[in-house]
Design a protein. Structure first.
Length: 291
């Protein structure tokens, strides 16, 4: 009988010596020796560089073709998964290709389309109210300024920065639950309030890096640095993280926790991503993209 394969980390990830990671975490936790602002900035930028190598294909995980589609998809993504939203929005945008079409659409029809996302009545009201506001105040075009986006119903700074960074090319930091958790674990901030987290992290990076940084932290939070059991033993930034050891440090135990294209048994899917295939292309070919 062939024994089961031992889970291993993806080959392209940076390998960290556990002893070095333990020593680095202990040194940064030591009381009375606070990290200098310059040292924190250098460490933060090193983390970003390593994550860029780990996730060279990191982009917004919501499918969209316009600012309107990304805005609506982001609002719909509350309390559900991006995978489920991506499976739902093609039908929605085929029926309602513009804000005006959505605002004027039959409510029952939209409810039926968004039903798989949960809270479908509230979400239908939210996106139709949002669409009507865009029609009334912005001539049917999604505005490209933060101060205008946050005046739209259901749109806060997080959603606004998602749209600005990914649909308009305006640098922005998107502080969702993953970003905030990792920023605190990395020692970039001690704040819980998203606006204060955004402020602290923005001070560590050039604006040109903000959008890509946001994508990489979300990818890392979903694949390796999980909320309850981070896969510390396979983390490529383990030696740069003061929180090393919050999760399993054994390589095999940690590798078994990996998700999405990093999960054991999905090596071919990861190769497709690293080769430059897009999520939409892989989804069209039938690849499983869920956790």
């Amino acid at each position: 009988m062939v024994p089961p394969a031992v889970p291993r980390p993806p080959a392209h990830l940076r390998t960290v010596d556990p002893a070095k990671a333990r020593a680095g975490a202990a040194r940064r936790r030591r009381t009375g020796v606070p990290e200098s602002p310059l040292a924190r900035k250098r460490r933060a930028r090193r983390i970003n560089a390593v994550l860029a190598e780990a996730y060279p294909y990191a982009v917004a995980e919501l499918d969209f073709r316009s600012p309107y589609e990304l805005l609506v998809a982001t609002v719909l993504s509350a309390q559900t998964t991006d995978v489920r939203v991506n499976a739902t929005t093609p039908r929605l945008f085929a029926a309602c290709p513009t804000p005006r079409a959505l605002a004027e659409a039959d409510e029952a029809e939209i409810q039926e389309i968004v039903r798989p996302l949960g809270f479908y009545r509230a979400k239908t009201r939210a996106i139709r109210t949002l669409a009507q506001k865009i029609v009334d105040d912005h001539d049917g075009e999604v505005p490209g300024r933060l101060e205008d986006l946050v005046t739209l119903p259901g749109v806060g700074r997080k959603t606004a920065n998602v749209v600005l960074g990914n649909a308009f090319g305006v640098p922005g930091i998107t502080v969702d639950t993953h970003f905030g958790r990792l920023a605190r674990r990395f020692g970039w901030t001690e704040e819980e309030d998203p606006v204060k987290v955004e402020r602290d992290v923005a001070a560590l990076f050039e604006p040109r890096d903000w959008t890509d940084l946001s994508q990489r932290l979300v990818y890392h939070g979903r694949r390796i640095c999980h909320s309850r059991r981070p896969a510390c033993g396979v983390c490529p930034v383990a030696d740069l993280c003061p929180s090393y050891g919050e999760g399993p440090t054994d390589t095999a135990q940690a590798a078994a926790l990996l998700k999405y294209e990093f999960a054991p048994g999905r090596e071919e899917l990861l190769e497709q991503f690293l080769a430059g295939r897009t999520r939409a292309e892989l989804q069209a070919d039938g690849w499983p993209l869920s956790p």
